[in-house]
Structures are given as structure tokens and as C-alpha cells.
Design a binder for this molecule. Sequence first.
Ligand code: COS
Length: 393
Amino acid sequence: MNPTGTHLGLPFFDDVHRDLGQQLVEWMARQQVDESDDRQACRQWVQLLGERGWLRYCVPEGVGGALGGALPRLDSRALVVLRETLAFYSPLADFAFAMQGLGSGAITLAGTPAQQAAYLPQVASGKKIAAFALSEADAGSDAGAMQTSATRTATGWLVNGSKTWISNGGIADFYVTFVKTDPDAGTRGITPFIVDATNPGVDSSEHIAVMAPHPLATLHFTNCALPESAQLGPLHGGFKLAMQTLDIFRASVAGAALGMARRALAEAVHYSKQRQMFGQKLADFQLTQAKIGEMATLVDAAALLTYRAAWLRDEGERTGNTARVTVEAAMAKMTATENAQRVIDMALQMHGGLGVKVGTKVESLYRDIRSLRIYEGATEVQQLIIGKAVLKS
Ligand code: COS
């Protein structure tokens, strides 16, 4: 089963994206990773993806990145094509890839040359595992309400507080951690720091078990001393940097959802052509044909919004147009994740009892897709972003 179709022929893409998609399909079809232990499997995926060079699309040219010339620092279409293809085969492989990009994204956007040189080549080779630490127990959608703080010392900063829902927590080598540096300034008082996992005062041992297992933890910072050089970007500029990072990666979450939806559709088509009932194949029933028609349309609608968001951002980078693509990325993320959930549910229903049997692909997809409607901005946050922008225009 493979995801190759006509979508890469759309004018949103260049030949480099088409080749990338095709090569990754061939490579993924040959990979075999035992995913029974999510932490072990995630480490292995990072290593494999790094060795084969796929992680080079998570960082810019000059510090280990694959793309240069006229292409942007981080090419959104490459990220979308890669995530869509990885998620078709293995949502955990997609997770491992995505976190290298999200975890290092703020370093790409705002890191000093020294910070970029110290982290990005190793992210690209898979030698360092990255993580993005923004959320807290009482600051998820309302990211500006975070409480974890950094106070000045003679030599740098002292961080105290906790972060939660941190993907790669427990296996990451470093955490790009957003904290309050001015507790009274709301979103204008946040600064990110690069915190090495080995730094004294960082405890990442509180693992969180979730329905689709992947490395996830709560982080505790207790008098965690950081040097000045750990500060990322301008003082108090962290909220914007976090949002700019999410603007890039939200479209790629849409890509991942698309890959899962395409897989569910492929599973449904395959199954309905085999399954006999009432003297004919499941696919011969008009009810089945109508469902397949609806699923295919949901997939294509999500694809067009996703590719538009990625293309717009890349086009902006290419032409120097700095207009934000927040709304387009929000539309893509919301639609692709919600549509994927519906497509996967329909595919599961078509499989009958087999659909809920542990070990069936649609059963694991049903669990895998769920968190994508929540993380990197829940559907309700995307609705808010879009609605506010429409009312303002
Ligand atoms: N790019 C650049 N700047 C941005 C931005 C973006 N995409 N989005 C917001 N900003 C800026 C605003 O321009 C504003 O700047 P000023 O202070 O100069 O006016 C500032 O950031 C605050 O923006 P806003 O008032 O819209 O912030 P809110 O606190 O209302 O939050 C939402 C807006 C809800 C959209 C934001 O908190 C959000 O995206 N939350 C979800 C966070 C998330 O995805 N969490 C998951 C973590 S990763 S798993």
C-alpha cells in the first residue's frame, strides 16, 4: 500500500518536492521498526531518519540543511510532503521527524550563529533529539498565562517551574523552553532558553502515558541555572517567536493528518474490494460508494488548504513578503485534522468488528489522529485565530 497519487502533480509543488515524496515512499516501504516501546522506537526512528538525511529538511542550509538556493530556510512544502508520507506509513516516524523540526524551529528562526552551529547540525544528523516546551498545566491554549519563570543572577538566569505535555520529554537532549522573564508583562514578558537535558535542575522523569503512545513528559525545573548564552532571541520576544514557529509547523501537522487520512482511505478501499457480504463485494454497495466518495472529498479538501498554506509561506520567504500566514495555517490545521478524524472513523466503521481489533491499521489510526486535533493549537484556538482575523478585515 502506498500513498502515491496525483497530488504531487499540483502546481503548489516543484520537482524537488515530487522527487522527495517518491524517494521517501520507496524508503519507508523498506523500513521495519518495532514500535512496541515508544521511547526506544522513537530514538531508532530519529537515528534512521538522520542517517538517511531526511532530518536535513528540518534545518536550514549552512548548518546541515538539505535545501538551499532559492528555497526558504525551512521549506514548508518539503515539511508537508515528508510528514504526509511518513504518517501514511508510521505516525511514530512522523512524530520523530516533526519534533526535530518543532524542537529546533526557534533556533532556526532566532538563534545566534553560535547557537545554530551548536545544535542544528546535530538535529539534522539525528545525534541530538529536540523538544519544544511551551505548555503548562494551566497554560495550554492560553500560552501567555505560563508561570514558569527565569530570574536574573550574576552569571545568567535561574529557572523555576514546570512544563507539561512536552513531546520527546524524557528522551530529548535539549528543550527550547519558554518562560516568563517579566511576570507582569503577559505575552510581552516571555523569553525562550535552550536548556540541555543534562543541566542540573531539570527533571524529565515524569512520563505521561497517552492513548497513542509516544514520548511525552512533564518537566520540572528547580533552581536550574543557565548561562546568558542560553537565551534565544530578544529578551521578552518569546511569545512571538513561539507563534512564528507554530505558523510553520501547524501546516505540517495538517500534512501529517492528511497522511493518516490517505492511509485510512486506502485501507477502506482495499478492504471493501475484498469483503464479501450479501452475495457481493462491500464495494458494490451504493452505501459504500457514497462513503468512499465522501472520504476522498474530505481528503482532497484538506490537501488543498494544507498545500496552500505551505506554498504561501514558501512564496513569502522567496519574495521577501513578510505577511503572516497564521490564518491559512490555522485553516489547514483545523480542517485537515478534523477531516482526518472523520475519514478514519468512516474507514473503521466500514471494517466492522475488525475496525476495533487491536493490531488493525484503522484501529491504531483512530487513536493516532486524536491528539492532532489538540496539540499545536486545538481546533478551537484555530477557529478563534481565523474568526478574529475575518472580523478584523
Ligand atoms: N506571529 C507573530 N506574532 C504573533 C503571532 C504570530 N503568528 N500571533 C500573535 N502574535 C503577537 C501579536 O501580534 C501580539 O503582539 P503585540 O503584543 O505586539 O500586540 C502578541 O503576539 C499577542 O497576541 P494575542 O493578543 O493574539 O495573544 P493571545 O494571548 O490572545 O493568544 C492565541 C492568542 C490563543 C492564538 C495563542 O495563545 C495561541 O496560539 N495559543 C495556542 C498555543 C498552542 O498552540 N499551544 C500548544 C503548544 S505546542 S504543542
